[in-house]
Design a protein. Structure first.
Length: 454
């Protein structure tokens, strides 16, 4: 008990206290209808995204392949911020977020109403279910339900490889870790709400998809998973035995890890997984969490773009994937999924807190106009290349089209949404009430990390 108390004290004094009393400086968020007050980074970043007009498809614009993920991740982040704030955030901020969430959802809904066309988009399309579920529940507008139905039907039309794994996109037989973050929660939520009679079959399919990626992509020596696999083993990068790609790319693994922790929570609420299936996914999450923590950079606490080549020339600490791991570790600790690693999951929480502090210090940018930016994020990486280290890592030394424009860009909608989702996972409001006007970074959520108060 004394050791536990000492460890808590160390974490609090060395990691959390400096974060609690960080200051906005002069700049403050400026929502469209709210007074500008000092607020947590989660709300500030959300308002910054809105002020830039991101995560809305402009009228007359045809969505690109990445559009659906960018919009869907933002919708999920806004919903989490709304949930975690609850009545602690002003009514006008909630109204602003609701209005923009509606605009975002409406902008993409027409593109999701045709099942056949839906199958031509990446699996990331299912992330737009976040806004659709919310808007349908709120308004009962049948157009939203029609889009949900079309997305659900597109699962049955989605091409599969010889093992039964879903193609991620248009590349035959290629399955990526990336798609699980969007597919798994949608599949489970739709089934629980509209097709409960299919729960057993859906639960089996969800676990099977996760397991296929695990078996083809996991490195035995590191416990980490590579980006994806080619079931035909004909891609230039495919491992001749597993079909796996050669690189552990941070954000791809981040999507997969977030999918694991999210489905553990969702399944507990919706009952789509049996207890045996839940236990199986939980074992995977604990194993991956251990491997991810072992791969953390000792200086920053965060993670490298190419995770298995730290400090190699051209490699760098990448901010979006680091936010993902921080989110997953915080959430796993809060919900008790990582209690077996150390007593009360203090090691995962401490690991997440160290990286979160680095994200704030090195990547969150005050734009001096009332908005925040977020740097250090790779644009996108694709397996439509030879997928070697050289084309994955050096962000400014390769042709712009090689490995899909691997550049570190400023304030991408994906990275900013991931950051303010992560900022909702830090500390509960009871701990912060006395300092609520001077704490800029914490999303006030009573259920987050309550063990730190014990």
């Amino acid at each position: 008990l004394a050791t536990m108390a000492s460890l808590k004290s160390t974490i609090f004094s060395s990691v959390l206290v400096p974060l609690l009393f960080a200051s906005h400086g002069a700049a403050v968020p400026k929502p469209s209808s709210c007074n500008a007050d000092a607020r947590p980074y989660s709300a500030w970043m959300a308002d910054s995204v809105i002020s830039r007009g991101q995560a809305v498809l402009p009228p007359g614009t045809t969505p690109e392949a990445a559009t659906f993920l960018q919009i869907g991740v933002f919708q999920n982040a806004i919903l989490r911020v709304k949930e975690y704030y609850g009545s602690l955030e002003s009514a006008c901020a909630q109204a602003d977020w609701d209005a923009y969430l509606e605009e975002s959802t409406q902008s993409v809904t027409p593109w999701l109403l045709n099942t056949t066309k839906d199958t031509q988009y990446p699996l990331d399309r299912f992330s737009d279910g976040n806004g659709l579920f919310y808007q349908y529940d709120k308004t009962a507008n049948e157009t939203y339900k029609a889009a949900l139905d079309a997305l659900q039907q597109s699962i049955y039309m989605q091409p599969r490889n010889q093992y039964g794994g879903y193609w991620y996109f248009k590349y035959p037989n290629w399955s990526y870790l990336d798609g699980m973050y969007s597919l798994i929660p949608f599949y489970s939520t739709y089934t629980a709400n509209f097709a409960a009679e299919n729960s057993s079959a859906v639960g089996q399919d969800l676990v099977y998809q996760l397991d296929l990626l695990w078996s083809h992509c996991r490195q035995n020596n590191t416990g980490l998973l590579v980006h994806g696999y080619d079931a035909s083993k004909t891609a230039i990068w495919a491992n001749p035995v597993t079909g796996g790609s050669p690189i552990v790319w941070i954000r791809s693994l981040g999507w997969y890890m977030m999918a694991l922790v999210d489905i553990l929570e969702i399944a507990g609420q919706q009952g789509v997984l049996s207890q045996e299936q839940w236990n199986h996914v939980h074992e995977r999450f604990v194993s991956l969490s251990n491997a991810v923590m072992a791969a953390a950079d000792p200086d920053t606490g965060c993670w490298w773009q190419v995770m298995t080549d730290p400090n190699r020339e051209g490699n760098y600490i990448e901010s979006s994937g680091s936010a993902m791991f921080t989110y997953a570790l915080y959430k796993g600790a809060r919900l008790g999924y990582l209690d077996g690693i150390t007593a009360k999951a203090l090691l995962p929480a401490a690991t997440a807190s160290k990286c979160y502090g680095h994200l704030l210090q090195d990547f969150v940018v005050d734009n001096k106009n009332g908005t925040l930016g977020y740097n250090g994020t790779v644009s996108v990486c694709s397996l439509s290349s030879n997928a070697t280290y050289e084309v994955c890592s050096p962000y400014n030394t390769i042709p712009i089209d090689q490995y899909s424009a691997n550049v570190r860009n400023n304030s991408s909608i994906t990275s900013t949404s991931l950051f303010f989702t992560t900022a909702c996972m830090v500390l509960p409001p009871l701990f912060l009430q006395a300092w609520s006007t001077s704490v800029p970074l914490i999303c006030l959520a009573i259920k987050d990390a309550p063990y730190l108060l014990n």
